[in-house]
Design a protein around this ligand. Sequence first.
Ligand code: ATP
Ligand code: MG
Length: 485
Amino acid sequence: MDKLLLVDDEADVQYSFRRILDSPEIELTTVASGEEALKVIPRLKPDLVIMDVRLGGITGLEALRRLRQLDAKLLVIMMTAYGTTQTAIEAMKLGAYDYLLKPFDVPKLKQIVAAALKAARDMKEIVSYEPLLESEDHELGIVGRCEAMQNVFKLIGQLAATDATALITGESGTGKELVARAIYHHSQRHHQPYLAINCAAIPENLLESELFGHEKGAFTGATAQRIGKFEQCNHGTIFLDEIGDMSLATQTKMLRVLQSGTFERVGGNQPVQVDVRIIAATNKPLEQAVAAREFREDLFYRLNVVRIQIPPLRDRREDIPLLVSYFLKKFARGPKAPVKSISPEVITWLQQYHWPGNVRELENVIQRALVVSKAETILLSDLPPNLVSPGEGAGTAVGKAPAAPAATAPGQASDLPSLARALFHWARKDSRLKVIPAVERELIINALNETGGNQVQAAKLLGITRATLRKRIEKFGIKQQLSIH
Ligand SMILES: Nc1ncnc2c1ncn2[C@@H]1O[C@H](COP(=O)(O)OP(=O)(O)OP(=O)(O)O)[C@@H](O)[C@H]1O
Ligand SMILES: [Mg+2]
């Protein structure tokens, strides 16, 4: 249940909020003044405060300033009427999470509230990485006993003790976000805010302004100054998820923030100084993006100072039983509900599957099995019918659908003919595409990456002569980064 505090003296506004945010997941408390808010907050401990700028007694801005002194992590959304954007900007500089313009655009309001509540949860739910299982309700854990995960834990501990930038890599669903939050929760900055930004979810042309803000008139539609996440999250930690999707222009700004802690808002020329810890993550091989000149090499090295590489689940199968019991407990209905058991046969199955979706997929499979299972023990028939065993895709299907086709995930195509078929279909979507040179180029980039730029070895891997390789490198304009490891 999320606790929300509304600070507004108008009965109309209180009424609309009750209606708009009516949900069993939200507990709404209202007070009419900043003084009252300051009084109830230490006891109520709301997850989110929504406060009007214009209040009787102390102003909303003054209340915000005092609230932030009490708790730098408290998320506050300010409400302002049209024409008072300057106040909104002041509010953002004081660390408000966002602001709403009255009258409200209801879908926007819901969206901002949902995003703020997610940010509150990220800060509140402590992620522990010690070999756990006896965790409290509010604690999430990163489960793993295998050596590779023990190394991940060690690095989290080392990183938490410093302010260093970290780069977390791993396939989708391996736990990158969880690791980022664990670093934050155990770092000295845990009393300061944490903001997660998914670079892939924000359109390329908006990301720069989202991160660094903009000045009025910086581009069409920039009708007022805007404060970006870096300013807003000063002294805190920013998690940049999917950093491989950042445009080159934004990368240049990022590099400068990492080097000197300064940047200019889009369209501005005043340097802004911030003190923000950056944790970045990506599921794309950044080395490849560097080789293809899509990612700045200098930024890559700057981010890569400490790298946490999370192995795919198929490379740590010994942890599967532990993860399964963790999820069985996590999804048991209510804290006192009996935890279901699982048949050894199912565990064997789960340990054989290749898990293209990694831990997230395993979590979903267990959650689903708990819903469909009728007995006290989870059986093979409770697993999704399309799960197939590893073995070259010829897999025997689990449960009732023995003839199900191999569920080959992207990147998991099992043989050359199926890969070629997939490529052929992909190429047919665009008649201008020259499929053979396009594929050739990708193969060459991969080979060069694999061999650290060694052309002799790359040519051998590709089955062509070094001279041919050189010609192709030139033809395709592949810029080589010899220093990649
Ligand atoms: N070692 C682990 N122990 C417990 N839960 C885990 C572990 N790893 C991942 N999870 C759970 O799996 C899900 C996916 O994890 P997370 O979102 O951190 O992955 P991700 O690497 O960020 O994925 P993506 O690249 O798709 O964003 C989450 O629900 C997370 O809690
Ligand atoms: Mg993620």
